[in-house]
Design a protein. Structure first.
Length: 547
């Protein structure tokens, strides 16, 4: 883009944005920022990106900033807007690919804050396979209500508690006002913090960065050190595909399990592995579920948030504990050119005097937070969250709903009772379209005190803030005629994490008879991004990717 007589006009335009004669031989670094004042998760990203931009200029590169975008789950939740969330992951990757390819960028520094900006940004880097580093914008501080910490999930669960008569309208409003005190992504081990931790474990972010709060002074170090790491990648031609190996993905899954992470990690890691041609199957997650205890007492099922984890040692301390137990591949290379083991060599493990992180001898939970179930109701697989429940089995009658709104209305009006299995279908990648998260129904169940009495299954997704007996990503989805489309009220459904089973007690011949009567639903979207996504996306069991 910058060399030779034939590029005279190209250089003329670049001079207008600040290039001088001596700059045209420098590496052009694209800074892909998801800054937006749409949400607290991303409102500060351009401000902190200035530290990286300054550092990149100091060390001899030419940074050019462009913007991706965000669809904020907390604001999109519970209405049509949530259909845009997962799709935004694919479009963010497309934006980075098109901008970086269109302007022939030599390297990429990606900055994200909310759930889909993290995997979407790294997916775009993977496609381009130029030297790249991802930076997480950091987590929000907890709000304080009546002397106790609250967060965004507290606000969602207040809806169920209010509807069940457990709290007053005044109490609900006070929680709403206190939940989000400033900049940063949702505070518990929800999807944003889960994926930021996953990127650190994967080696695409610098070690020690994921748990640094959004408003911490330490964030300047994160931005500057990330710029230095990117220069190393440029000089040594260290590329995303060199870093994101099969062993690196195994490290990432292991850390997600140990932290009690979100079910969305399954979807996003499968999608990212697809981008770099790493053979990763949904079935492989159970090996890590079975062999990784949850070491942290983090929300949504626990008590603490990311700022608490930061204070006692951060994600890197949990990684060091896993490495010492022989549960990480220590020889995996990371963006600063050092291996995981080298980066963790000086990290101290301090378990005394704090109860955010537990030892292997007294873990928060003996097995991981996320398992994959299969059976005649989910031949391709489904994802169950076990945080706060450990292993569980539940058998009960189906209460079938055709969308999230119908289910939420029934829950809030006491038409779901103890023992039921709430089924929400036609919310999958194609059927939604867009695979909405079901935080509103699960939070309503939790707020009503029914998390251990009522199960919920869906071909949609769950927020990292969901907890209870919840099973998502049921595949094949209803829109393509998966078994979930054939369920009827009263069908007996069994969920078991011990046997990793999701089944329905209906005779195969009866299911086949119902299948002959079934027809796909008209989603109502006949043009635009949602239509294109529905036409192109794969099964949730393979990451719901469009490429």
């Amino acid at each position: 883009m910058t060399a030779g007589v034939e590029r005279t006009a190209n250089r003329a335009m670049l001079r207008a944005v600040g290039f001088k004669d001596h700059d045209f031989d420098k590496p052009i670094v694209g800074i892909a920022s998801a800054d937006s004042d749409v949400s607290p998760c991303n409102m500060h990203l351009d401000h902190i990106a200035t530290y990286s931009r300054e550092r990149l200029r100091e060390i001899g590169t030419m940074p050019l900033t462009f913007h991706t975008f965000v669809v904020t789950d907390g604001e999109a939740m519970g209405h049509e807007g949530m259909k845009s969330s997962l799709i935004s992951r694919e479009v963010i990757a497309d934006v980075i690919e098109l901008d970086a390819r269109g302007h022939q960028m030599d390297a990429l520094l990606g900055i994200g804050g909310c759930d889909k900006t993290i995997p979407g940004t790294v997916m775009g880097m993977a496609r381009m396979n130029v030297p790249s580093v991802f930076i997480y914008g950091g987590s929000i501080a907890p709000g304080i209500h009546r002397g106790k910490p609250v967060d965004i999930v507290s606000a969602f669960e207040a809806v169920g508690a209010y509807s069940a008569g457990k709290i007053t309208e005044e109490e609900r409003l006070l929680i709403e006002r206190a939940a989000c005190p400033g900049a940063g992504a949702c505070g518990g081990m929800y999807t944003a913090n889960t994926m930021a931790s996953a990127m650190e474990a994967l080696g695409m972010s610098i070690t020690g960065s994921a748990s640094v709060p959004a408003v911490s002074e330490h964030r300047r170090w994160v931005m500057e050190a990330s710029a230095d790491a990117l220069l190393h990648c440029i000089r040594e031609e260290l590329l995303p595909r060199d870093i994101m190996t099969k062993d690196a993905f195994e490290n990432s899954i292991r850390v997600v399990m140990a932290l009690g992470g979100s079910t969305n990690a399954v979807l996003h890691l499968l999608a990212l592995a697809h981008e770099v041609d790493v053979p990763l199957s949904i079935d492989e997650f159970n090996r890590f579920y079975d062999t990784t205890p949850i070491l942290t007492d983090m929300k949504p099922a626990g008590r603490y948030v990311m700022t608490d984890l930061y204070k006692v040692g951060g994600v890197q301390m949990v990684m060091r504990m896993l490495l010492d137990e022989g549960l990480l591949h220590g020889d995996c290379i990371t963006v600063n050119g050092k291996t995981i083991a080298e980066n963790l060599a000086d990290v101290e493990v301090k378990l005394q005097g704090q109860d955010v992180v537990h030892s292997f001898t007294a873990p928060e939970q003996q097995r991981g937070p996320v398992a994959v179930l299969k059976g005649n109701l989910a031949p391709e697989g489904a994802v169950v969250k076990t945080c706060g429940l450990n292993e569980f089995s539940h058998t009960g009658p189906a209460r079938v709903f055709e969308n999230e709104e119908e289910a939420l209305e029934a829950i809030l009006n006491d038409r779901v009772t103890t023992g039921d299995v709430v089924v929400i279908r036609y919310e999958g990648p194609k059927g939604g379209p867009g695979m909405r998260e079901m935080l509103s129904p699960t939070a309503a169940i939790a707020g009503a005190g029914l998390s251990r009495e009522v199960a919920l299954i869906t071909d949609g997704r769950f927020s990292g803030g969901s907890h209870g007996m919840v099973v998502g990503h049921v595949a094949p989805e209803a829109q393509v005629g998966g078994p979930i489309a054939l369920l009827r009220d009263g069908d007996e459904i069994t969920i078991s994490t011990a046997t990793k089973e999701l089944t329905v007690a209906v005779d195969p011949q009866e299911l086949e008879r119902r299948r002959r009567e079934w027809k796909p639903r008209d989603t109502g979207y006949n043009r635009g991004a949602l239509y294109k996504f529905a036409r192109l996306c794969s099964s949730a069991a393979t990451g719901a990717v469009t490429s």
